[in-house]
Design a protein. Structure first.
Length: 215
């Protein structure tokens, strides 16, 4: 129980710091693009939208809260993984951060890249199911590839990495977007950069903090 409390404390601190970093990056990199897309969407909106935070402090506060909670959850995964494998330190943290980035951003984004408001998408439950399936198979595939000692297991792991992309992500029959192509591409790249720094920060902070808490 004492070790779990320490793991939670490490994850909380790493998650908050990484969440703050991600929120700052989003404020300057992706939020201006989202606001620009929303301005294009407003004249074309034919129905009332559900409630959402207003621009300004309300949106910033909800974004920060979400990023810190996400950081806590992901940092807990990284810290627990390093604890179970008996490794720590910022150098090992880099590797676990890269793994998390590949599992939770890169692999799903290959089929479902980040989208700006005003972009037609497939049904939400279909996208969520494919995202979860892709993250799970990518995590299992990377684990088997790097920790499996059997060649057949490693070969099966490569197949696992490919399966969700061979199945294909759900998309509407005709994709339409209000935002111009250059804006969408910039949003995808800025999201990729922001998330890469977020995951690297999570890994490095978790690895660096674990010995500080004698774990």
């Amino acid at each position: 129980m004492a070790d779990f409390r320490k793991l939670f404390a490490v994850s909380l601190l790493a998650g908050i710091l990484a969440g703050l970093l991600l929120s700052l990056l989003q404020h300057y990199q992706t939020q201006p693009l989202i606001l620009a897309a929303e301005r294009l969407e407003m004249p074309n909106a034919g129905h009332a939208h559900d409630w959402h935070p207003e621009d300004g402090w309300q949106r910033a506060a909800f974004t920060l809260l979400f990023n810190c909670l996400s950081g806590l959850g992901f940092a807990l995964l990284i810290s627990t993984a390093m604890y179970w494998h008996g490794v720590s330190g910022h150098r090992r943290g880099w590797l676990w951060g890269i793994a998390g980035y590949l599992v939770f951003f890169v692999a799903p984004a290959l089929g479902l890249p980040p989208e700006l408001p005003g972009t037609d998408s497939a049904a939400l439950h279909s996208r969520q199911a494919w995202w979860l399936f892709t993250a799970a198979t990518t995590a299992a595939g990377l684990f088997g590839l790097f920790f499996g000692k059997n060649r057949w297991l490693q070969a099966g792991s490569i197949i696992l990495l490919l399966v969700p992309h061979l199945i294909g992500a759900p998309h509407p029959d005709a994709v339409q977007a209000l935002a111009p192509e250059h804006l969408q591409q910039r949003f995808i790249w800025m999201s990729a950069v922001s998330n890469a720094l977020f995951w690297l920060a999570l890994g490095v902070l978790s690895g660096w903090l674990l010995p500080k808490f004698r774990l």
